[in-house]
Write a protein that binds this ligand. Structure first.
Ligand code: HEM
Ligand code: HEM
Length: 202
């Protein structure tokens, strides 16, 4: 690890990386589902109508749902200082263009991407896998799920741009670094979980 690379807590990195991979998989497979079964707004025609596409998307999405629950808890508990702070809104007109201002925007974008994921995953959970094969494209939750896809795409792009702006490559790489401190070792997890179960703190 280079000396200038920031250090990110291991658990946060682990959940963030798995979550990011799954979200990207859902964005891609979701688009393929739309492209083959719907295609009202634009059609690329990459795949033919294929039931297993819906199942593949559903599988990635279901695992994402479980991982996202963990990520959101870790993000709030361990990474709270990288999410929006109570005074960020009031101070948004101060120090415009300075580093601190960009960092405030970055924290807001980090929080927005969490809400975008909640929108996509929440509306996804209310889908019925038979709607598209039955040609039922008019359901409210399906339309919301499509809008969620677009918002998710914009949120990822903004999140990447802001991460690059505030910390450049070193910050981006720090989120995918595989090294960890001895006290963060997964070998200690059973011990830590047992200690937590004895004295749970929410
Ligand atoms: C154009 C884009 C998308 C389309 C057409 C689409 C379509 C669908 C369909 C048809 C289902 C029902 C499948 C099933 O229940 O097995 C579904 C479920 C789901 N989708 Fe999407 N999706 C899209 C994008 C996304 C994105 C971007 C995410 C998340 C970031 C997502 C997350 C989910 C979730 C969590 C479920 C529920 C899975 C479950 O628990 O069974 N989808 N989606
Ligand atoms: C390849 C894609 C991604 C890259 C390169 C990336 C990069 C980063 C970086 C560098 C940070 C650290 C920011 C800091 O320390 O100030 C970060 C934080 C964060 N990212 Fe991503 N990210 C990606 C995808 C995602 C996705 C898909 C989501 C959510 C759906 C997400 C949600 C977050 C959140 C919520 C934080 C703040 C975590 C905290 O509470 O500390 N990221 N990301």
């Amino acid at each position: 690890m280079s000396k200038t690379q920031p250090y990110q807590p291991f658990l946060l990195r682990l959940f963030h990386s798995i979550n990011a991979l799954l979200v990207i998989s859902c964005v891609i497979t979701g688009f393929l589902v739309y492209d083959s079964w719907d295609g009202r707004f634009c059609k690329v025609g990459l795949t033919i109508k294929n039931r297993s596409l819906i199942d593949i998307h559903g599988t990635f999405a279901f695992v994402l749902f479980l991982i996202f629950l963990g990520f959101i808890i870790v993000s709030i508990k361990i990474g709270r200082n990288r999410l929006v702070q109570s005074d960020d809104w009031q101070k948004l007109t101060n120090n415009v263009g300075e580093n601190i201002w960009w960092y405030r925007l970055h924290r807001m974008v980090n929080t927005t991407i969490l809400f975008s994921a909640i929108l996509s995953i929440g509306s996804g959970k209310l889908q019925d896998e038979n709607w598209l094969p039955n040609g039922e494209m008019y359901h409210f939750w399906y339309s919301l799920h499509l809008i969620g896809w677009l918002i998710m795409l914009l949120a990822i792009a903004t999140h990447l741009l802001m991460s690059a702006k505030v910390g450049g490559y070193p910050l981006i790489l720090s989120m995918f670094n595989t090294k960890y401190l001895p006290q963060e070792s997964p070998k200690l997890w059973p011990e830590k979980i047992m200690a937590w179960l004895k004295h749970p703190r929410i």
